[in-house]
Design a protein around this ligand. Structure first.
Ligand code: ATP
Length: 249
């Protein structure tokens, strides 16, 4: 499997506190990965480093077949490289329709010729239908986003990120605030998205992680504590000691 993202020996210190401690982790081109770990383990900081929001004190973050260092790129350059991030709170345009939200998110180089634009419009319409189908929103395209349920808003935002065609999608706690049914649908959406790109999901909900049925990376004190199937990591003594035995697990 080709490596898409390689984080190696990365450390970050905030006011003398080492939030990320010699972290090394890799992601393959098309894979679904869950990142779990107790509060303060460094999950958010890890995503901040990959997206360029936080700069590490040391280490390397290498991207793609050209082995680009992401540390030399700005946040917007990293996004343009194909790294999308979904924050916990959905940020859709509430007063616009689902179709319009998706249309605005589409990655479109602007061409000067009307004929190209015309062809583009037809392609865009087809792509919007496709994304709506992938995110279970085909019947919602004409509704305004503000009318959607919390789960549907989250799917719309995932759809808006897919419209950008990212090679890596980082998703922060997608199951939070969702009904059981919505969670199940969300797992299907993420699994499907991961067939053609890397999808990395930070999640506290173990049932949700179990349903993702993917490789799991356990972070603790800013380093990888264990990695493998959920069954493998949850039977690891060190994981049980530091994480699963805790009341917040
Ligand atoms: N900007 C900052 N300044 C100071 N300390 C920070 C900063 N950002 C994070 N930290 C600290 O770094 C540690 C790791 O935080 P991080 O948010 O990455 O953990 P997490 O695994 O995402 O936790 P949670 O599951 O609670 O979201 C925490 O102890 C946090 O207080």
């Amino acid at each position: 499997m080709t490596t898409l993202l390689e984080v190696s020996g990365v450390s970050v210190t905030f006011d003398g506190f080492r939030a990320i401690n010699n972290l090394s982790v890799q992601f393959a081109e098309a894979e679904l990965r869950a990142i779990i770990g107790p509060n303060g383990a460094g999950k958010t900081t890890f995503m901040d480093i990959v997206t360029g929001k936080t700069r590490p004190d040391e280490g390397r973050v290498i991207w793609g077949e050209r082995n680009i260092s992401l540390l030399g790129l700005s946040e917007s350059q990293i996004a343009q490289e194909g790294i999308g991030r979904k924050f916990q709170k959905p940020t859709v345009f509430e007063d616009q329709t689902v179709r319009r939200n998706l249309a605005m998110a589409l990655k479109n180089p602007r061409g000067p010729f009307a004929v190209i634009l015309h062809r583009k419009t037809a392609q865009n319409a087809a792509r919007i239908e496709e994304i709506a189908e992938e995110t279970g929103l085909s019947d919602q395209l004409t509704r305004t986003a503000g009318e959607l349920s919390h789960g549907q808003k989250q799917w719309l935002e995932i759809g808006m990120l897919l419209a950008q065609d990212p090679r890596l999608l980082l998703v922060d706690e997608p199951a939070a605030g969702m009904t059981v049914e919505e969670r199940e649908k969300t797992t299907d959406i993420l699994k499907r998205a991961a067939e053609t790109r890397a999808v990395v999901v930070v999640e506290h909900d173990m049932e949700f992680v179990r349903r993702l049925n993917c490789k799991v990376t356990v972070l603790h004190e800013g380093s990888v504590l264990a990695e493998g199937s959920l069954d493998h990591v949850t039977s690891d003594k060190t994981v049980i000691d530091v994480y699963l035995g805790r009341s917040d697990a």
